[in-house]
Structure formats: structure tokens, C-alpha cells
Write a protein of this length. Structure first.
Lengths: 565, 300, 322
């Protein structure tokens, strides 16, 4: 017994000794400073970790970080927004606008030393194109290639795409969004294998090679510079993406110097503004954050059918004081939401002001027959909600994401509950994470459409082609989460993509937005800008996308270099 | 007439005996300083919980009522949270939630525990060992993960949280009641009741239950304390209803919104202290009860 | 005698494990919705889904499903995690050492101080120091571990800057010596250890105190006293070893409490252990992972109780001759 006791004491002593030792010598500095000086690895803070490294099944925005070893044919320049060739050397369009001849770069090597050629491009596109009708082939990029009629190999370094109609944004979709994968690795697999492939040792062509195996359970994702890269090589030796469970710990790590760049919240940005070693910039290329209104009439869905009434959806929109959300929740970085195409799309965004009018909302609800009231219990409070003659009450469930990036959804939700109660609509909050909500939107799921409203967002690029398609009928079960279907809208979206004349396309794009404004299947809350912050005492050469956008882009990663001491 | 008076007399006697017992109990309870302090604190919490909300209005959706993350001031004596809500109001209104969850969950678990314990202890035999094996199994199950899993499967609202905590916390009571029932079963008057043909349920209800009641009562108070803690943990882990007012919910808000890293102590210190005080007052009362009712502990 | 006791304890543990498995089976299959959705991620290729269903016996009648389930669970096959797309055992296995490290350090701390303060309290029974220590033990029972962790973080992490605020090591730590690495982990370990240790320390003080008081009434202590040995000598040589007996059981059964405390502590400090994994499985509805981590924590508790019984058998002579 005595022995055990003394053993315990020794253990405790050792523990406290190491503890004291570290706290005395270390203080505020971090061991990261001990990294040998010749290696410069940029540490980037992220709040969502990629789920896979297979470009064919990539769905989440976070997955992009795990696909940095891949390249597409062309890419939009971060500074000029002009398209430039990546794996493509040059391209030309036939006079009828249907034929796109792409000349590929020669001498490009995959990370394993194999030569890149037209076969890789042929394979990547054909894999998706050949399975457009195959329901079991869950390629995430199907809708991006559906404008392509066929693809032909014209030589070892030349391919020809033929489209069904002229395509206005062909360089953006599909050429920029489809990552080219190595045929010598993916080519041997069956369709089912391609979908299930975990691709833990991805081989790409980009300036970045993945270090080690990819594992979704890791909290760090490291890339090293590809010394054999054919283009401009990065200045730094590597990139290290580090996952943080919440934005608070990420902020602490940044202050301690463990990470070099991250996106702080509004409050954190204010706190960082006084730090001389830190640069905080505003990212004004905003993302769309919307309330999605489930209008499913699937018999399995438990959705409140009152949401099928257009006036109810419009009333929800009118009842929201969106500018207050910008001021209070986003701390001023963003714009009140109106249409589905955010302000980051420049001219494509339909100008207009959000109208906040509880009175009009009430008038609409009364017009729709919701003139009676009933008091219901929501989370222990008595809430007076409207009901109609048939006894349908306006109580909806709002799915609220728990993910790290959704902090502003959760804060906004309380404001939304308050405003909607003021017009007689009750909201119950249901917490879940993004993948759980995604499951509720899956056509095959048993709990299909078991939600009424949700808050989520999109990060569309400059071209409106993508964001408009998220509400077309053919995207139900794909990118669409609100089961909205309007043939007129579908026709406009199909039309704009074929309008090579910019002015004509602009008219169509605006008209499509007007339909969504009227039907309100999406209630855009705000176009959320963000803050980005980096350690200016350690790195320089950050490039903001389009001049006022995010610094998290490929150009930054290639351009940044350590500050000369 | 005579008979009736006799009955009345018996009733009065019984009443007097009970009163005398109660007085003796009250005397020794309030003679115990810890018990008295605990009792006063519990009463205070009840006043706060049921009078407070009437005189001090607050709602979880009162966003933007004050400045955001502001330290205590004259207008907001406990400061405000990250959405400008009044934290003092949250503490007042959260008291009720804690008490309701605590008592309801404790009531459920004590009821289940008492029934299982009585049946096992009184009927005995195979049923006893079967029930006790089951109790052992439940006892070993790690409570918090079980509660978490259950609430995730059932959905998180106050009612489910009460049910889940109630249905997982009965094992200790069952064991305690069983051992009490076992010892009482052997007493001569039970034998007598049996011999005159009293049914099992009658004996259990009439003779055993009143005798194990004090133990159950002390246990209820302690169970309430642990249910309050369980609710706080559950809400803190983000498994509560974001629209409900509870101390755990406040602590979750503080944790998730970075009160720790910017040193906003007012966001989480009052809620934590409130939990500690409430739990402590229940433990004080429970302990003194135990000390009086459980002579083995006396003099320690 | 010995072997009979041993067999009885093994039998009891097996029964308990079966109860745990059954409860979990009922929870995950019979409760809400289609049970297959708990094992097959929706949106998966129907052929693959059918394969997975078959391997878990989900196409069989419910009682046969039960046996397939028991068999799989006993062989450590809890299925494939939805979010990590890896066997549940592997996912948990990656996190388990981190939790064990934290739990072990916390236990060590709690036991050492629990014995120390329990002994002090018992030796000064009824005096101010005893009442004070008792009060502290009661207070500690009332403090939620996660809240205490937050308070410690603000004081020692934010205000004083002595300890890091989260995680198990400095993020992005690369190319450093083993010593630096160990130092870094130890630095991160301090506050979580104190938080979790304190959560269990209170009950150790109480048990140690009352078990010592029990021992003090035994005859051999009186004999020793009569022989004129000093108090300190009696406590150290006679009372302590005997009073340690109940402690063994309490320490083992506190494993269950540690599991609960660890979930809270790991969450506050973003410690990459099984507790945070369980919470993540919950929020992402990763049912196989949820079930796996639930079962494994339960098994750990059963195993700890069994070990306690066995140790008890060796150190308590009364049981041996039962």
C-alpha cells in the first residue's frame, strides 16, 4: 500500500513538474516557432473538414480544400476575373457557338510521374457524360456538364466539345468547375467503384501535393510544393489546413500565432483591429444566406402545407428586418438580401431594396384566410399564432444548423422567431448539423422533407449560371432543397445559358430573379460578407479575389511569401 | 355512537402521534444548521422561480434589448449576452426550468425505483434476482452518454429531457427501497398481517410503503439535485432547445460564442453559481434528512 | 472458493454486457423510423445498401437480427461510420488513447488528493478542518465540471496566459523533437486534468474519510492505541491499509462517472477524445459511430467493475473465505 502511495506521489510530482516547466519556459510563445527556418508552411484555419478527396462525389464547399492537388482546364484570374488556361493551353469557339476546341498543355506530369494528355480529359468528362441517365451514379457534377452533346479526342493534346446549344458561360461551367482526374488511376474502375472510391492517396497535376494519406478523421490537411510543377511554383513550401471545432478556438490559435490566416467573426475582427502584427480585411464578395421554404407535396413529407400558399411565404419575407441582421449579427459586413443572385455577381444581380413591413405581412396573411388566432406553447412560452377557417395554424419548424460556420444562422434565428411572432407565425427551432439536414433533403431518405424551413447558404461565383440552377425542377433531389417547381422559371434558366449576347442574357437572368422574388421559395436573408485576417508579421503577398473578395484563393497561395526579416 | 367516538379517538390519536413525530423530526432537522440553511435556500429559489418571472419579464427572443456582451451595469446587473439579452432575466426565468426539470425527473425516477424496489424486496425469489440483475445492468450504463443518445433519438425539448433523465436515474432508489423492504418484511407485524390473509399489494401499500417513505423522500431530494445537474450538462453540450430558458442554455451560449476567450466572465459565472447554489441547497437538505432518518450515520 | 467467486463475477459481467447490448439494440432498432436507415446512409447505391443490410442481418426477422447483432458486437464489428467512412472500431481506436491519457492523469490526481484529504479529515474528525473539507467535498459535487473548466480557462488561459486554451497540442506543430512534443502535450493536459480530477476528487475524500472512521472503531486500532503507538503511526501502519479497501471499489465504479465528466471536459477544452467523438456522432446523426462509442464506453465501465471485484477478492480476506 505504501508503495502504491509513493508511486502515486511520484506520478503527481512528475506531472506538476512538467506542467511548471512548460508554463515557465514557454509562456505565450508557441513551439511552432521552433520549426527549422528554411521551411515555410502557411497554416490556415478552417471550421469544416473535407469529407473526401474524390472530385466525382465532392459536394461540400469544405471539400475543395482536399482537392487542391487537382486542376481544371481553365481558371478565372483572381485579379482580373479573365479566364486563363490551366491545363488548357488555348481554346477557340466555332462560328455557330457549338464547338469548343481545347488545346492542352504539353509536358504536364501527374504527381506520380505519368504524362498528362487528352485521354485524361476524355476520361473525366466521359465518366460523367456517359452516366447522366444512370440514377445509381451519384456524380455531383452531372448538371454542370449537361450542356455538352459530345466530346471527341482530336489529338494527344487536343479535344473538341460539342454543345447542344450555344452556352454563355461554358468557360465557367463546365470548364472551370470540373477537375481533371488521372485516367491511369480512375480509368480501371466501374461506375460503382468510382462513386465509392475514397482516393486517400490522390494524384493530381497542381502545384500542391498532398502529404500523407487523406483521412476524414484527421484535423490537419497538409500540402507540399510540387517541385516539378509546369507553371509558376509557389513561394512557400507548403499549406497546412487546420480544423477548429469552433471559431473561438480558431481565434485563440490565430492570436497565439499558431495559424497564419483565418476568417474571424465580426466581434473577433473588432478585437483584432488593434493588433499591429495582424491585418484584417473585409471580404465584400458575399455569399448568399437564405431561408429555404419547403413546398413539397410528397405524401411522405411532414411539411406544414400552409407553406404552399404564396402569400404566407411572401409574408415571411416582409416580416423580416434584414438590415437589423446585418447590423447586429454580421456587424455591418454584408447587404440585406433580396434576390437569389447575390451582389457578388455584379451586373447579374437584380437591383432592388428589401421592404420590411410587418403591416403588409399581416395584410397578406389575412388575405390568405389566416384571420383567427390560437395560443400554442412553443418551448415553454405562450405564442399567439394565426389560423384559418380549416384550422391550419401557422407554426413551422426551422432547421437550425449546428456547424461552426453556421454561427450567424443561429444568432439570426432568434431575431427571425421574434419578428415572425409579431405577425402571428410561430417557429420551433430544431438543431441539426448540415449533413443531417442534407439527409432530410434526400429523395430516398425515410425522413424525406421532414422540415418546414431552414437557413443555409450558397457561395456562388461571379457567373449567375450556377446559383440560378439550384431552384430548377430537375435539381429536386440534387441541389434543390425546397421542392420548388415552376416551368416558366425552368425555361428562363435554360434560355439564359444559351444566350451568348450579354445584354439578352442579362434580361433573362433578371426576369428569372423576379419570378423567385414573387414566388419566394427562397427568402434571401443577406449577402454575407466576411472578414479575413492574416499575420502580416509573417507573410506578405495576399491577393483579394476580384480586388475586394476573399484572400483564400489559389493565387494567394502561390503568391504569398515570408516577410523578409 | 360509542363505536363512532372510538373511531374518532383512534383517528385523533393517530393524528397526534403523527404530529408529534413530525414535530420531533422538524426539531432535529432545524436543529441541524446545514439542513436549515439548505431549506431556506430551497424556499428562496422557489420564490425566485415562481414570483420572479411575474415581476421581472424576460424572453429568449428579446434580442437587442441592450448592448452586446456588455459587462454588468445599473441597467443590466448581470450584463448582457452576445445578442444583447438581459442575463439577469435569463437567470431568474431559468430557475423555474431547473426546478421543474429537477422535480419532475426526480419524481419519475423515484416512482420507478420505488415500484421496482418494493416488488423485488417484498416478493423476492426469482423476480427479485431478475429485477436486481436488470438494475445492476442499468446502474453500470454510463448515464450521460445514455441520456445524450436517448435525447438525440427522441428529439430535444424540455418534456423529453425530463423523461430521459427520469427514466435513467432510478437504479439507486430501487436498490435502497429493496433493502429497506427486505428488512421490514421480516418484522413481526408483517408476519401477523400475512397470517390474517392480507394481500401482497395491501401489505406493500399499507405497511411497507409508509415505512420506506422517509428513505424515498430523502432520496427524492438528492435525485432532484442530480437531475438539475444532468439538465445543465445536456443543455451545455448543445442538446437543449435553443428557444428555452435554462441555466445550461446560458452556459452553452457563453461557451459557443466565445465568452471564455474574450474574458466575458459575467456571461457564465452567474449561471454557474446559480446551479451550484441550487444543487448545494438540495444536497444540504437531503443530507440532513439522511442523517436524521438513517441512524447509522448519526454521530459521525 | 476463489474460483467460484471468480466465475460468479464473470457471469455477472456477461449478464450486464448482454443487458447493455439489448438496451442499445432496442434503442437503435425499435425506436423511431426505419431501422435500416440507422445503418445504411440514405442516397447510397441500392446494391451496396442491400449488401450492407445483409451483413447486419437487417433482412432477417427481428429475433434473428438480434443474434446477428450480438455476434457482430462481440466481435467488435460496429459497422462503418457515416461521416468518416471507416470502421467504427478504427475511428474510436484513434481517439481512445487521448481519452485514456486524460482519464488516467485525472484519476491519479484525484486519488492522491482524495486519500490525503480524506485521511486528514478523518484524523481531525469533528474539528474545523474536517468540517471545512467536508464542505469542500459537497461543494465540488455541486459544481458542473464544464463550468469549472470554463472558469479555469478564463483565469489561467486568458487572464494569466499560463496555459493554452484548447486541444491536445499546438496546431501545426511540425518537425520537432520528441521532448518538445511531450512537453507540448503536457502543457495542454494540465487544466483538463485538474478539471476532470476535481470532478471525482470530492467523492474520494468522502469515502476515504468514512472508511477510515469505520476502521478506527475496530479492535486492533484500540489495541494499538493501548500499546501506546503514536497516532500518526497507527494511521499509517494500521488504519490506512485497511481503509483503502472500499476505495478500490469506488475508484473502479467511478470510471462511469469519468466517462460523463470526460464528455464535458473534452468539450470545453476541445480535447480530441471519445467524448467529443460521441458528441460529434450525435450531432451528425452518425448512428453506427454513436452506437459504437456508447457500447464501448459501457463495456469499459463493466470491465472496470469486474477488475475492481477481482482486486477486491485479492485484498479483502473476508471475500476469499466466503
Amino acid at each position: 500500500m505504501k508503495k502504491i502511495f509513493s508511486l502515486l506521489l511520484i506520478l503527481i510530482l512528475m506531472l506538476s513538474l512538467t506542467a511548471c516547466g512548460t508554463s515557465n519556459t514557454d509562456g505565450g510563445s508557441t513551439p511552432a516557432a521552433e520549426t527549422p527556418a528554411e521551411k515555410h508552411i502557411v497554416n490556415l484555419g478552417i471550421t469544416a473538414f473535407p469529407t473526401n478527396t474524390n472530385p466525382f462525389t465532392q459536394t461540400m464547399q469544405a471539400d475543395h480544400n482536399a482537392l487542391r492537388m487537382y486542376e481544371s482546364l481553365v481558371q478565372q484570374d483572381a485579379a482580373t476575373l479573365e479566364f486563363k488556361g490551366v491545363l488548357a493551353d488555348s481554346w477557340s469557339v466555332s462560328d455557330d457557338g457549338l464547338g469548343w476546341t481545347i488545346k492542352l498543355k504539353e509536358g504536364v506530369k501527374w504527381h506520380d510521374g505519368e504524362t498528362f494528355d487528352a485521354d485524361d480529359v476524355m476520361f473525366t468528362y466521359s465518366a460523367i457524360l456517359d452516366n447522366l441517365e444512370n440514377e445509381n451514379a451519384g456524380f455531383s457534377r452531372k448538371s454542370d456538364v449537361k450542356s455538352i452533346e459530345k466530346i471527341e479526342k482530336k489529338g494527344d493534346y487536343e479535344v473538341l466539345f460539342t454543345t447542344k446549344t450555344p452556352v454563355a458561360n461554358f468557360l465557367d461551367t463546365p470548364l472551370q468547375v470540373i477537375y481533371i482526374v488521372p485516367e491511369h488511376i480512375f480509368g480501371k474502375m466501374s461506375v460503382a467503384e468510382l462513386i465509392e472510391f475514397t482516393n486517400s492517396n490522390p494524384i493530381g497535376t497542381s502545384p500542391w501535393k498532398l502529404v500523407g494519406e487523406f483521412n476524414a478523421q484527421n484535423t490537419e490537411l497538409e500540402f507540399e510544393r510540387n517541385e516539378d510543377y509546369y507553371g509558376t511554383k509557389p513561394n512557400v513550401d507548403g499549406l497546412l489546413f487546420i480544423l477548429f471545432e469552433n471559431s473561438d478556438t480558431m481565434y485563440q490559435a490565430f492570436k497565439a500565432g499558431s495559424i497564419d490566416m483565418f476568417s474571424p467573426s465580426g466581434t473577433q475582427a473588432e478585437e483584432l483591429a488593434t493588433d499591429a502584427n495582424v491585418e484584417v480585411i473585409k471580404n465584400l464578395q458575399p455569399k448568399l444566406t437564405e431561408i429555404g421554404v419547403n413546398s413539397s407535396d410528397d405524401p411522405r413529407s411532414t411539411v406544414n402545407k400552409s407553406l404552399k400558399i404564396k402569400e404566407v411565404r411572401q409574408a415571411i419575407n416582409l416580416a423580416l428586418d434584414k438590415q437589423k441582421l446585418i447590423d447586429d449579427v454580421l456587424k455591418g459586413v454584408g447587404y440585406a438580401g433580396t434576390t437569389i443572385v447575390p451582389t457578388s455577381a455584379g451586373k447579374w444581380h437584380l437591383e432592388g431594396e428589401h421592404e420590411y413591413s410587418p403591416e403588409k405581412a399581416i395584410a397578406l396573411l389575412e388575405k390568405a384566410g389566416f384571420t383567427d388566432f390560437e395560443t400554442v406553447q412553443i418551448s415553454g412560452r405562450d405564442v399567439k399564432v394565426r389560423k384559418n377557417a380549416a384550422g391550419d395554424t401557422l407554426v413551422f419548424r426551422l432547421a437550425l444548423l449546428t456547424d461552426g460556420y453556421a454561427w450567424h444562422y443561429r444568432d439570426s434565428a432568434l431575431y427571425i422567431v421574434k419578428w415572425l411572432e409579431e405577425v402571428g407565425i410561430g417557429l420551433e427551432l430544431q438543431s441539426m448539423d448540415g449533413s443531417a439536414l442534407g439527409d432530410l433533403m434526400d429523395l430516398e431518405s425515410d425522413s424525406f422533407c421532414d422540415y418546414d424551413l431552414y437557413i443555409w447558404g450558397w457561395t456562388p461565383g461571379y457567373d449567375p449560371g450556377f446559383i440560378l440552377t439550384v431552384l430548377t425542377t430537375d435539381q429536386i433531389g440534387g441541389r434543390q432543397e425546397v421542392m420548388y417547381s415552376n416551368p416558366e422559371y425552368d425555361a428562363l434558366v435554360d434560355l439564359q445559358i444559351t444566350q451568348v449576347n450579354v445584354d439578352e442574357r442579362l434580361k433573362t437572368v433578371h426576369k428569372a430573379q423576379e419570378i423567385i422574388l414573387e414566388d419566394a421559395p427562397y427568402i434571401p436573408l443577406y449577402y454575407q460578407g466576411a472578414y479575413d485576417a492574416f499575420r502580416k508579421d509573417k507573410y506578405e503577398g495576399f491577393i483579394q479575389f476580384a480586388g475586394d473578395g476573399t484572400i483564400f484563393n489559389n493565387e494567394t497561395y502561390i503568391n504569398i511569401k515570408p516577410v523578409a526579416k | 355512537m360509542e363505536k363512532l367516538n372510538h373511531k374518532k379517538q383512534i383517528k385523533r390519536d393517530k393524528f397526534e402521534v403523527r404530529m408529534r413525530n413530525f414535530k420531533r423530526f422538524a426539531k432535529s432537522f432545524f436543529g441541524n444548521r446545514i439542513g436549515t440553511i439548505g431549506f431556506i435556500m430551497v424556499v428562496l429559489f422557489f420564490v425566485i422561480a415562481f414570483v420572479g418571472p411575474k415581476v421581472y419579464p424576460y424572453s429568449t427572443i428579446d434580442v437587442g434589448k441592450g448592448p452586446m456582451m456588455a459587462p454588468p451595469s445599473a441597467a443590466f446587473i448581470f450584463g448582457t449576452d452576445h445578442l444583447g439579452r438581459d442575463l439577469f432575466g435569463a437567470i431568474i426565468h431559468g430557475t423555474k426550468t431547473s426546478l421543474i426539470v429537477g422535480f419532475s425527473a426526480a419524481f419519475i425516477s423515484i416512482s420507478i425505483g420505488t415500484i421496482i424496489g418494493l416488488i423485488a424486496g417484498f416478493i423476492g425469489g426469482r423476480l427479485d434476482s431478475l429485477l436486481m440483475r436488470f438494475t445492476d445492468g442499468m446502474m453500470v450504463l454510463p448515464k450521460l452518454p445514455l441520456i445524450m443518445v436517448l435525447s438525440a433519438l427522441l428529439g430535444t425539448n424540455i418534456r423529453n429531457i425530463i423523461l430521459v433523465i427520469g427514466f435513467t436515474g432510478w437504479t439507486g432508489t430501487a436498490r435502497l427501497v429493496r433493502s429497506q423492504a427486505l428488512s421490514i418484511r421480516e418484522r413481526p407485524y408483517i408476519e401477523r398481517a400475512k397470517s390474517i390473509g392480507a394481500g401482497s399489494f395491501y401489505i406493500m401499500y399499507k405497511h411497507i410503503l409508509p415505512n420506506v417513505f422517509p428513505v424515498i423522500f430523502a432520496n427524492t431530494i438528492l435525485a432532484t439535485a442530480s437531475a438539475i445537474l444532468a439538465e445543465a450538462s445536456l443543455s451545455f453540450l448543445g442538446l437543449g432547445d435553443p428557444l428555452s430558458v435554462s441555466w445550461g442554455q446560458v452556459l452553452n451560449g457563453a461557451f459557443v460564442n466565445g465568452a471564455v476567450s474574450i474574458g466575458a466572465w459575467w456571461y457564465f459565472v452567474p449561471a454557474g453559481v446559480a446551479i451550484i447554489l441550487l444543487v448545494l441547497s438540495f444536497t444540504f437538505v437531503g443530507y440532513s434528512f439522511d442523517e436524521i432518518l438513517n441512524p447509522k450515520l448519526r454521530g459521525r | 472458493m476463489n474460483s467460484r467467486y471468480f466465475a460468479k463475477k464473470i457471469f455477472q459481467s456477461i449478464i450486464t454486457i448482454l443487458i447493455v447490448l439489448t438496451i442499445s439494440f432496442i434503442l437503435f432498432r425499435v425506436m423511431p423510423g426505419d431501422p435500416t436507415s440507422m445503418f445504411v446512409k440514405s442516397g447510397i447505391d441500392p446494391e451496396v445498401a442491400a449488401q450492407i443490410k445483409a451483413s447486419y442481418g437487417l433482412n432477417l426477422p427481428i429475433y434473428q437480427q438480434y443474434f446477428v447483432y450480438i455476434k457482430n458486437a462481440l466481435m467488435g464489428d460496429f459497422g462503418t461510420s457515416f461521416s468518416f467512412k471507416k470502421p467504427v472500431m478504427e475511428v474510436i481506436g484513434n481517439r481512445l488513447p487521448n481519452t485514456l491519457l486524460l482519464a488516467l492523469c485525472a484519476q491519479t490526481l484525484a486519488i492522491a488528493f482524495g486519500i490525503l484529504f480524506g485521511t486528514v479529515a478523518a484524523a481531525h474528525r469533528g474539528k474545523k478542518i474536517d468540517v471545512g473539507l467536508l464542505g469542500i467535498a459537497l461543494l465540488i459535487y455541486a459544481i458542473p465540471a464544464f463550468w469549472f473548466g470554463m472558469v479555469l480557462l478564463v483565469i489561467f488561459g486568458v487572464k494569466l496566459g499560463w496555459v493554452p486554451l484548447f486541444g491536445m497540442m499546438t496546431p501545426g506543430l511540425r518537425n520537432v523533437s520528441t521532448f518538445t512534443y511531450i512537453k507540448d502535450v503536457a502543457h495542454h493536459l494540465i487544466i483538463p486534468t485538474v478539471t476532470l480530477g476535481l470532478a471525482i476528487f470530492g467523492s474520494y475524500v468522502m469515502i476515504m474519510r468514512s472508511s477510515l472512521l469505520d476502521v478506527f472503531t475496530e479492535d486492533y486500532i484500540n489495541t494499538a492505541r493501548a500499546k501506546g503507538f503514536s497516532r500518526k503511526y497507527i494511521i499509517r501502519k494500521h488504519a490506512l491499509p485497511n481503509a483503502m479497501l472500499p476505495m478500490v471499489t469506488v475508484i473502479a465504479t467511478s470510471i462511469g462517472f469519468i466517462v460523463a465528466g470526460a464528455i464535458q471536459t473534452e468539450t470545453v477544452f476541445t480535447w480530441p477524445g471519445v467524448g467529443t467523438l460521441l458528441l460529434k456522432a450525435l450531432t451528425t446523426r452518425d448512428y453506427p459511430l454513436l452506437q459504437g462509442s456508447f457500447l464501448i464506453t459501457s463495456f469499459a465501465v463493466v470491465a472496470a467493475n469486474f477488475i475492481a471485484d477481482i482486486i477486491y477478492m485479492y485484498i479483502d480476506p473476508r471475500i476469499r473465505y466466503e
